[in-house]
Design a protein around this ligand. Structure first.
Ligand code: F6R
Ligand code: MG
Ligand code: MG
Length: 361
């Protein structure tokens, strides 16, 4: 029978400020999944920056009420502890008081896929802090559509036909399927606009799921700005899909993403080990971690902390240089995000305050 891989994440309180998760919260989450997660085959609890990440396997399919409720209750218990320790922003991503059927729309981020486990099933869970779902567009494009990144697209007969990308419009609430390489030029028009469009799923041409990302935009959901969404991404690898090294390769160039301080700045995405995923400089710069697992009848064999590799040292160094450079721009674009992106924060207040002082010309 099929295996479902579910990743659910939330920031339920930072330690200290927005930098990390307190270890007691992780213990609570582990204990909860262990004691209450009878339907799980396996789980792995970790954190990246101030986000708790629940990685779970089961046979219940996606959007399963019991699995989502299990994660909600675990995060809720963590939130209660966060309140007791007066951690920063305790309970912040738990936008509703109670669970109602599906965790989507309640604040936490979700990425899940139901798969027929292959003879060998290597998967990577990418987890980012201080950025937004559109941050996966560039690396997903490179992994699944750019032969300069993924040479398999050119030389592996199993990949040569290309992939299908499901792109979601986070403002218009619409989706479209692009076929690559045929539709690449059309697709790039949209996925280059990372604040609005995001690649939600990638399929093989035989409609097998290859990648899935979390696509909530909490600031749209909440009606007021409450932080960026610190997305997760699941990528299946090898044997007709990107090799592990092809899936990691896009992060060797620290591309710019939106997020960082107050969710309002562009900055370089730094690939780091879990240990180094404690964003402090100007509350950042944005981080990405990659944990590899081999699935064995749903068991999570791992993790392998991929960005520990010294081969990503140059990317880190370059990212730090970019950070120094761009920080000097202070509150000026394009370091600070354009006004449309700040629409959900201070802009309406300032506009209101200055009403009457602007004169028509
Ligand atoms: C970025 C982030 C932080 C906060 C900043 C201000 O995603 O979470 O940069 O925006 O620390 O936080 P408050 O407004 O809670 O003081
Ligand atoms: Mg936070
Ligand atoms: Mg976070």
């Amino acid at each position: 029978s099929k295996i479902t891989l579910t990743v659910i994440k939330a920031d339920v309180g930072g330690f200290v400020g927005h930098t990390d998760v307190h270890p007691e919260l992780l213990e609570i989450a582990k204990k909860h999944l262990k004691e209450k997660g009878k339907m799980l085959i396996d789980f792995h609890v970790t954190r990246v920056g101030d986000d708790i990440e629940l990685i779970m396997t089961h046979r219940e399919g996606i959007d399963n009420e019991e699995v989502h409720k299990l994660a909600w209750d675990a995060l809720w218990s963590c939130g209660e502890k966060a309140k007791e320790l007066k951690l920063y922003g305790a309970g912040q991503d738990l936008l509703k008081d109670s669970f109602s059927g599906n965790i989507k729309g309640l604040g936490p981020g979700v990425a899940e896929m139901e798969i027929e486990e292959r003879k060998s099933e290597p998967v990577i869970i990418f987890m980012a802090d201080k950025t937004e779902p559109g941050a996966w567009n560039l690396p997903l494009y490179k992994m699944f559509a750019d032969p300069f990144n993924t040479v398999g697209l050119a030389i592996d007969p199993n990949m040569h036909q290309g992939f299908k990308f499901e792109v979601y419009d986070m403002i218009g609430h619409k989706k479209i399927i692009f076929e690559t390489p045929e539709d690449i030029y059309d697709m790039l028009v949209f996925i280059g606009a990372t604040g609005r469009y995001c690649i939600r799923r990638v399929y093989t041409k035989n409609n097998e799921i290859a990648a899935v990302s979390s696509t909530q935009r909490m600031n749209f959901m909440a009606g007021k700005y409450i932080g960026k969404d610190d997305p997760v991404l699941i990528v299946r690898c090898q044997n007709g899909l990107p090799a592990v090294g092809e899936a990691l390769e896009p992060f060797a160039n620290p591309y710019l993403v939106a997020g960082w301080m107050r969710g309002s700045h562009n900055g370089p995405m730094i690939p780091v080990s879990l240990e180094d995923a404690v964003p402090t400089r100007f509350d950042g710069p944005p981080r990405v971690c990659a944990l590899g697992f081999q699935l064995a009848e749903g068991k999570l064999i791992g993790p392998q902390d991929f960005f520990k590799d010294v081969a990503f040292d140059n990317a880190r160094e370059k990212a730090l240089e970019i950070a120094d450079y761009i920080r000097k721009m202070g509150p000026f674009e394009p370091h600070r995000l354009p006004l449309e992106e700040l629409e959900y924060t201070t802009l309406p207040h300032v506009v209101k305050k200055l009403q009457g002082r602007w004169k028509e010309e």
